[in-house]
Design a protein around this ligand. Structure first.
Ligand code: B3K
Ligand code: ZN
Length: 893
């Protein structure tokens, strides 16, 4: 597929001041009339360029220029474009009438049909599937929309902004008109015509304005939207308190829809959400679901300023709004929930999704220089690494300067479509810190490696820290090189937050050579060079360095810690992330030795598990019950690094079977050795209070269920009885799923019975059925591959519904390496079949599944040849979408 380049950006030839839409939903089609008040753009490169509008899957009925119908020859339709050849004055109104087919729109981009009515998704380029337009974010207009539809079938008609009129029409139809007072890019347009129930509430802003908040859901589900509403109001308050940002509209609506490609969409005043991030009741949603709802609701709300009021000039700048908004929702999460646990979960996501991306064929900087299909770049890099980049600015300049930078950014750019440079310039100007070198994070791909070495000299009482950064070229740089567009790479500017621990666990004062007094026990070291040295003075003992506190930069840290150092940090570090990290690091070292042992045939002896590991884990579990203990954090620390993380940590060829075997053997070992403590903790942590998803209760549940999952590994009658009992008696979905997922790891009659009962109970709750699918697709049980294939034909599965595809197929490919990378290639074949079937229906979803092959070159030659066959089979298909073609093309490069 043809790539487009950031360097080719030019301003639009025309600006569109106002858009007046009339959308009539008829049986089997919709008729769209659009009147665009256009003006020649004085900033355009070519002052006589003709008007070229985007359109996709539209049937053009007529075109008028200032009311005059244009005839043949005055416009040309070609390859998704409408070109106006007629002479154009400097300002004019162009009116098009088109028909579209929302019922046949299986891509779920543009206007489409879902169970309860019609919904839209316009980001990134869906508006052109509704009407002819300059469908790019730097064209910002004021919109009005009038919607007509059958009143009985679609009683709710919604648009962006304020309702300005409504009424009945003949034939049992009705209409409603909405007007959005804010200029916006087309990707933020939304409308809904559906049968929905509504929950209403009010928020009074800091300046005293009353905002009507409404959550619209499928009829009968009002009892599942309270949490989302509460999250919305908390978000509104938080953005006022922390960033001084106030809601600017009188109506803020959230509409939940079951068929949705992504999580949610921040359309101005009319967010459209995947039901997964709205609907929750204690018996249908887990603690994690409740937490995710908080975060996604906050994220979309925060976009109102970072994304909507100030938007992106072009799609290369996507991280301008996404990285910043993820950073904002992370900060919100840290304030609302446990800060340490929240940060740990983010790092886990980054390592599971972004590090592999940065090391694979789709590697790209947070601002890529080119793309074929923009939908492929709503990536872990643009979102999660983008947030890490913002976090580094926050750490380098400090919280107060960051807030000043945000204020300056809004003062300069409110109402504009801008670039990442504009954001960094505001931060630089507000803080006085030169961020020129820092901007390399926007242009260079790959996860840098930080090699740190420490040396203590007892004679001089000095501790010397040598820091080296390495940033080898990725697939992205190699491609640029091959195209003759290589960019110079250089050292990153990053904050390395550190502390030093004494033998008793005390934090030692940090005085750098040349300083007069010790500043603190924690410092931000500014790393800017390939190699740097830091000398700390006055240390009476050899310290254990606590490095990269709070995960201060998105890097891989290499420090030659001994197992004793790691056990010390794990027990004593004051930084929650570093405590957790020490445990993960220790487990990774042990598991890598286990992998080697399994490959050598001696894995089962467990000789690779060092003496002391079980005691460290016993102490960890015990710490949850000590004064000041944090069960949620302990639950995180008890979890061994996932197989996906271990695959990424492997240097050289990956052996997924040995990784699986080693990890499972270590889990079983811990389960047997700590049987008593796990059982005691399990009983101790029983919660009698009524269910609440708040942090303390959820933390206790997380630890209790972590214990349960270890107890299950013992696999005897007693543990089975415990699982069975929890499954039967659970009064909330968290506990129910914990038991079901433990049961689902074993091919047994108990599993089959539990799965059957679960489905029978929940078959009418789509989101719970998704859990039922996912618990099977992620199981390690030997029959999983065959079961997933069989489930593709189960009535509970529907390939047209993205949530179902993600639960059954993507979870299998992305979170079940043992089965996806089955040595016989059956996992690869399953994925390829699914990609081809999906591509004809929904290319965005198909492309996401295609990403499962990203790391195929890390495996042995046998697996590589099977993966290549699957990829070649997909690539050879004749009508491949641009989405999938880009992914598969890059994978095979
Ligand atoms: N901005 C949307 C993502 C739209 C994706 C289009 N393929 C959700 C979000 O980041 O808030
Ligand atoms: Zn976003």
């Amino acid at each position: 597929p043809q790539a487009i380049y950031l360097k080719d950006y030019t301003p639009p030839a025309f600006q569109i001041e106002t858009v007046d839409l009339d959308i009539s939903i008829e049986a089997g089609f919709a008729c769209v009339t659009a009147s665009l008040a256009c003006q020649r753009n004085p900033a355009a490169a070519d002052p006589s360029a003709s008007l070229v509008l985007n359109g996709e899957d539209l049937k053009l009925e007529s075109v008028r220029l200032d009311g005059r119908p244009l005839g043949q020859g005055e416009y040309v339709l070609c390859a998704d474009q409408l070109m106006i050849h007629a002479e154009l004055p400097d300002s004019f109104t162009l009116t098009t009438v088109s028909t579209i087919n929302p019922d046949g729109n299986t891509q779920l981009s543009g206007l489409y049909r879902s169970k309860d009515g019609y919904f839209t998704q316009c980001e990134a380029e869906g508006f052109r599937r509704i009407t002819w337009f300059l469908d790019r974010p730097d064209v910002m207009a004021k919109y009005t929309v009038t919607i007509h539809a059958d009143k009985a079938q679609f009683p709710v008609l919604l648009g962006n902004g304020n309702p300005v009129g409504a009424g009945d029409e003949e034939g049992g139809r009705h209409w409603a008109k909405w007007e959005d007072p804010f200029r916006k890019p087309s990707y933020l347009f939304a409308m809904v015509a559906a049968k929905l129930d509504m929950l209403e509430d009010w928020f009074v802003t800091k300046s005293g304005r009353k905002v009507r908040c409404a959550v619209y859901v499928e009829p009968g589900k009002l009892d599942q939207c309270g949490h989302a509403m509460a999250a919305l109001k908390k978000s509104m308050k938080w953005d006022e308190d922390v960033f001084g940002l106030e809601m600017d509209l009188d109506h803020y609506m959230i509409v939940a829809v079951g068929d949705f490609n992504m999580g949610a969409m921040e359309n101005k005043g009319l967010n459209i959400f995947n039901t997964k991030y709205v609907l929750a009741r204690p018996d249908t949603a887990t603690d994690i679901d409740f937490q995710n709802i908080d975060r996604v609701v906050a994220h979309e709300y925060f976009h109102n300023w970072t994304g909507n009021r100030v938007t992106c000039r072009d799609w290369f700048q996507l991280s301008l709004k996404e990285g910043l908004t993820v950073f904002r929702d992370q900060q919100f999460g840290m304030d609302m929930h446990s800060a340490g646990v929240t940060r740990i979960q983010e790092v886990r996501t980054l390592r599971t999704a972004q590090f592999p991306e940065d090391a694979g064929p789709m590697a790209h900087p947070i601002r890529p220089a080119s793309y074929a299909e923009i939908n492929n770049f709503y990536s872990a890099t643009v979102y999660e690494k983008g947030a890490e980049v913002i976090r580094m600015i926050h750490t380098l300049i400090g919280k107060d300067a960051f807030r000043k930078g945000m204020d300056l950014y809004f003062a300069r750019h409110d109402g504009q479509a801008v670039t990442c440079e504009d954001f960094v310039a505001a931060m630089q100007d507000a803080s006085g810190l030169d961020l020129t070198q820092f901007k390399r994070w926007y242009n260079q791909a790959g996860t840098p490696k930080l090699l740190v070495r420490g040396a203590y000299d007892a004679a001089t009482k000095r501790f010397t820290l040598d820091v080296e950064q390495q940033y080898p070229a990725t697939a992205y740089e190699k491609r640029l090189e091959a195209e003759g567009r290589a960019v110079a790479r250089g050292a990153y500017h990053l904050p390395l937050v550190i502390g030093l621990l004494g033998a008793d666990g005390r934090e030692l004062p940090l005085r750098l050579a040349g300083e007069s007094a010790a500043a603190d026990t924690q410092r931000v070291l500014s790393i800017t060079e390939d190699r740097q040295q830091f000398v700390f003075e006055d240390l009476a003992e050899a310290p254990v360095p606590s490095l990269l506190r709070g995960f201060s930069a998105p890097v891989v840290l290499d420090y030659p810690y001994s197992q004793a150092d790691l056990t010390h940090l794990m027990a004593r570090d004051s930084d929650a992330f570093c405590r957790w990290e020490a445990g993960q690091r220790l487990a990774t070292d042990i598991l890598m030795a286990g992998v080697a042992a399994f490959q050598a045939g001696s894995g089962d002896t467990l000789a690779w598990v060092p003496a002391g590991y079980v005691d460290a884990m016993r102490a960890l579990l015990g710490s949850a019950f000590a004064p000041g203990g944090d069960p949620a954090l302990v639950a995180e620390a008890l979890m061994l690094p996932s197989e996906v993380v271990l695959i990424e940590a492997t240097e050289g060829t990956v052996d997924p079977d040995a990784i699986h075997a080693a990890r499972l053997a270590l889990r079983r070992h811990l389960a047997n050795e700590l049987k008593g403590p796990f059982a005691a903790a399990y009983h101790e942590l029983k919660i009698d209070a009524p269910y609440s998803p708040e942090a303390t209760q959820a933390g206790a549940r997380a630890l209790r269920n972590a214990c349960l999952s270890y107890i299950a590994e013992v696999d005897d009658a007693e543990s089975l009885a415990l699982l069975q009992n929890q499954f039967d008696s659970a009064n909330n979905m968290t506990d129910s799923m914990a038991a079901l997922s433990a049961l689902a790891q074993f091919a047994s009659p108990a599993r089959d019975a539990a799965l059957e009962r679960f489905l029978a109970k929940w078959k009418d709750e789509a989101l719970v059925v998704d859990k039922w699918l996912q618990v099977q697709s992620t199981s390690r049980a030997p029959d999983t591959g065959a079961r997933v294939r069989a489930l593709l034909d189960h009535p509970a599965f529907d390939i047209r519904n993205p949530n179902k595809v993600y639960a059954l197929i993507r979870a299998f490919c992305a979170a079940n390496p043992k089965h996806f990378h089955a040595a016989d290639g059956s996992g690869y074949a399953l994925a390829a079949d699914a990609i081809l079937q999906l591509d004809a229906l929904n290319p965005q979803v198909a492309a996401r599944i295609a990403r499962s092959f990203d790391r195929w070159r890390k495996f042995d030659t046998q697996r590589q040849s099977l993966a290549r066959m699957a990829l070649v089979r997909v690539q050879g298909h004749d009508k491949l979408s641009r989405d999938v073609a880009e992914i598969v093309g890059k994978a095979l490069e």
